[in-house]
Design a protein around this ligand. Structure first.
Ligand code: PLP
Length: 396
């Protein structure tokens, strides 16, 4: 018999989509996999060098549970630059990716039954972690508002049990980038209704066109004492496997996180910590610029191909590296013709009939969505989107 808690544990839907694409490929199908939440790229030179240097120095011991002082200081400088405020090392915890930063936040902020407001569509781990921590996710739909929450909808969701709101901009899965007015409104609401803000900016480096990422603490400095900033190098340095992220917030929160992390993972991998420190201290920014150029070009190519879709609006794809398609018209027209084409069947048909792996929006609380990643090599992207547009347009 397992603990009751395990009934809350469903493994990540994005991982399942990825596994389905891999299984089809292993079975001999030629699959273009657009499911990945990571960027295809070479390892950054300074990360490689920093790791090799650490190994050659014989680095092998525990560090402080929330990271070396040098790395925490370097991260404090990074957050200071980004928020235009002074941050100290004691306000930073280095974590095993952003996922652990978010988990820590849920564990140290939530009492049983505390409510956490989460805009829909959401990255699938947000509600899962709130549940594990004993909290209750409260969803606010953003679909009729360009995937950005309306302040009045957030306000309507607040109760006396509300404890926090999760903001993820640029957003996974929708690619939306929250505007200044929305972020300011959320900040004011958080102050007025005494809420924590969990501000996940993992995709901050990837904003496209005229968009800009706006750290909420920069826009409204008064929310700093109630905000936890979550970030990682997983996306910005295409470093998903190295597991280095961080949480920035008030010292009392970081102290609690340190105690928690000392009993869970202890420190994030020491070699990876050294590698990221070397990158922060010595890189010239050209690696990040290269990634941005790669994604900007893939986005352009992809948007031009998706413009040929007849029943699906072109996604705005303002940030991150996802195209998020609204397939409600396809589902709706299928219903009128009395053909069943439930959203998950569309995802299966794309895999089996077109050989394209995508993630169903149901994983993100939105059955009428499809997420396609464009962090893959352009030739594969072109081939995948050509197959996808052909199949979806054939259902006119
Ligand atoms: N936050 C968001 C919005 C994400 O999309 C992801 C990963 O996909 C994470 C956090 C977790 O990142 P990490 O791999 O650093 O744990």
């Amino acid at each position: 018999m397992l603990a009751q808690r395990t009934t809350l544990l469903k493994s990540s839907g994005t991982a399942a989509a990825r596994a389905a694409a891999k299984a089809a490929a292993d079975a001999g199908m030629e699959i273009v996999d657009l499911t990945a939440g990571e960027i295809w790229s070479e390892l950054a030179r300074m990360i490689r060098q920093g790791a090799i240097e650490a190994i050659n120095k014989g680095v092998n011991r525990y560090t402080d549970p929330v990271g070396t002082t040098e790395l925490r200081e370097a991260l404090a400088r990074k957050v200071s630059l980004e928020t235009r405020q002074i941050w100290k090392a004691e306000e930073i915890a280095v974590t095993c990716g952003a996922k652990q930063a978010l988990f820590n936040a849920a564990m140290v902020l939530l009492d049983p039954g505390d409510e956490v407001i989460i805009p829909v569509p959401y990255w699938t781990t947000f509600p899962a972690q709130v549940l594990i921590a004993g909290g209750k996710p409260i969803f606010v739909d953003t679909r009729s508002n360009g995937y950005v929450p309306r302040i009045e909808d957030i306000e309507a969701a607040i109760t006396e049990r509300s404890r926090a709101i999760v903001i993820n901009t640029p957003n996974n899965p929708t690619g939306s980038v929250y505007d200044t007015q929305t972020l300011t409104g959320i900040a004011q609401l958080a102050i007025a209704r005494d809420l924590w803000i969990i501000f996940d900016e993992c995709y901050a480096d990837f904003v496209h066109g005229d968009e800009a990422h706006r750290p909420i603490v920069f826009l409204v400095p008064e929310v700093r004492s109630r905000t936890l900033i979550v970030n990682a190098f997983s996306k910005s340095l295409a470093l998903t496997g190295w597991r280095i992220g961080y949480l920035a917030g008030p010292k009392e929160v970081i102290d609690a996180v340190k105690a928690l992390q000392s009993h869970t993972t202890s420190n994030p991998n020491v070699v990876a910590q050294h590698a990221v420190l070397a990158h922060l201290q010595r890189s010239d920014g050209s690696y990040e610029a290269g990634l941005r150029a790669q994604l900007a070009s893939a986005r352009q190519v992809g948007l031009s191909m998706l413009s040929s879709l007849t029943q699906v609006p072109i996604p705005r794809a303002q940030g991150g590296f996802y195209f998020y398609l609204d397939i409600s018209k396809l589902v709706w027209s299928a219903r009128r013709e009395n053909v069943t084409r439930a959203p998950d069947e569309i995802v299966s048909a794309l895999l089996t009939d077109a050989g394209v792996g995508v993630v169903s929006g149901s994983v993100f609380g939105d059955p009428a969505g499809l997420r396609l990643s464009y962090g893959i090599p352009t030739d594969q992207l072109v081939s995948g989107l050509a197959r996808l547009t052909r199949l979806l347009n054939s259902w006119n």
